[in-house]
Design a protein around this ligand. Structure first.
Ligand code: SAH
Length: 247
C-alpha cells in the first residue's frame, strides 16, 4: 500500500483504513515513524532499505493467517513494493487476497508544491542504477528529453551514485534551452520541506544540495517560471488552452 509523501493528511482514506484494519504492518523504518498514531498496538516489522525482497517474502508468508499491510512511501506501484509482492505471490502460487492501495507519488506531491509543471504529457525516470543498468537509464533520459516533455527525476542522488544527476542534466541541456525551469523539492509534505526553483543553465550549482529525499522536475519545451508579482513562485506548463481560447 502507498502511504503518500509523508504526512497523515496526504494519505488516502483507504490507505489509513487498511492500516487500521491490519494485524501486522511491515515497512521501512523511516516510513513507519510518522505512521505511529495508526500502528500503535499492532505487530510491527521494521525493515531497512535494500531488504525489499526479504520484506516482501515475510509479508506474503505472514499473510497466510493474518491481515498484513506492507507499506511503501508515495505510491506502492511507483518504485515501490507492489511489484515484488505480486511476483512472489505468483511464484509461490499463494492463495491469498492481495489489494494494491494507491497513494500520492512524489512526482504529484512535488508538482503541486511547484504549481503545475506536469499539466500534460510527462515522463518519470529514476536515476537509481541499483536495479536498472546506467546505460539503460542514459538511453531513457535521451529519449524523454528529446521529445521536450517535462521529466520528474526520482532517486536523483545518493552517496553511491553522485554522477547520475550530472549525466541527466547534461543530456537535458543538449535538448532544452538554459532557461528551462527546474524545480527541486526536498521532503515534500514532510518535516524539512524545501522547494526551490532554478533553470537548467544554473542547475549544475545545486547538485550538491540534492539528496535522496529530493525529487527534481525538469520542465519541457513549453514550461516556464510562473510569477505572482515579481517573484518566481512556481513552474507552469500550460496545457494548451491558449491555442484554442482567448483569455
Ligand atoms: N514509491 C515512492 C518512490 C520511492 S523511490 C513514490 O511513489 O513516491 C524514492 C525516491 O522518491 C526518493 O529518492 C525521492 O526522489 C522520491 N521521494 C519520495 N518521497 C518524497 C518526498 N516526500 N519528497 C521528495 N521526494 C520524494
Amino acid at each position: 500500500m502507498g502511504t503518500g509523501p509523508g504526512r497523515l493528511d496526504q494519505m488516502t482514506a483507504r490507505a489509513a483504513e487498511v492500516i487500521r484494519e491490519a494485524d501486522c504492518v511491515i515497512g521501512n523504518e523511516s516510513y513507519l515513524s510518522w505512521l505511529a498514531p495508526l500502528i500503535h498496538g499492532k505487530e510491527v516489522i521494521r525493515s531497512r532499505m535494500g531488504r525489499e525482497v526479504e520484506r516482501a517474502e515475510t509479508a506474503v508468508r505472514l499473510a497466510a493467517d493474518r491481515r498484513v499491510a506492507i507499506v511503501s512511501g508515495g505510491d506502492a506501484g511507483v518504485y515501490g513494493m507492489a511489484s515484488i509482492v505480486l511476483e512472489i505471490v505468483e511464484r509461490n502460487e499463494e492463495k491469498i487476497r492481495v489489494e494494491v492501495v494507491p497513494g500520492i507519488t512524489a512526482a504529484n506531491a512535488a508538482a503541486a508544491l511547484l504549481g503545475s509543471p506536469l499539466s500534460g504529457d510527462f515522463a518519470v525516470i529514476s536515476l537509481s542504477d541499483l536495479l536498472t543498468p546506467i546505460d539503460t537509464i542514459g538511453k531513457r533520459l535521451e529519449a524523454v528529453f528529446s521529445v521536450g516533455i517535462p521529466v520528474a527525476l526520482y532517486n536523483p542522488r545518493s552517496r553511491g551514485r553522485p554522477h547520475n544527476l550530472a549525466l541527466a542534466l547534461e543530456i537535458a541541456s543538449r535538448h532544452l534551452g538554459p532557461d528551462t525551469p527546474v524545480g527541486i523539492v526536498k521532503n515534500a509534505y514532510r518535516d524539512g520541506e524545501v522547494v526551490s526553483i532554478t533553470t537548467l543553465g544554473k542547475a549544475g550549482r545545486i547538485i550538491e544540495d540534492v539528496d535522496m529525499h529530493s525529487i527534481l522536475i525538469i520542465g519541457g519545451e513549453e514550461s516556464r517560471i510562473w510569477r505572482n508579482g515579481t517573484d518566481a513562485r512556481g513552474i507552469i506548463t500550460p496545457r494548451g488552452y491558449h491555442r484554442k481560447y482567448v483569455y
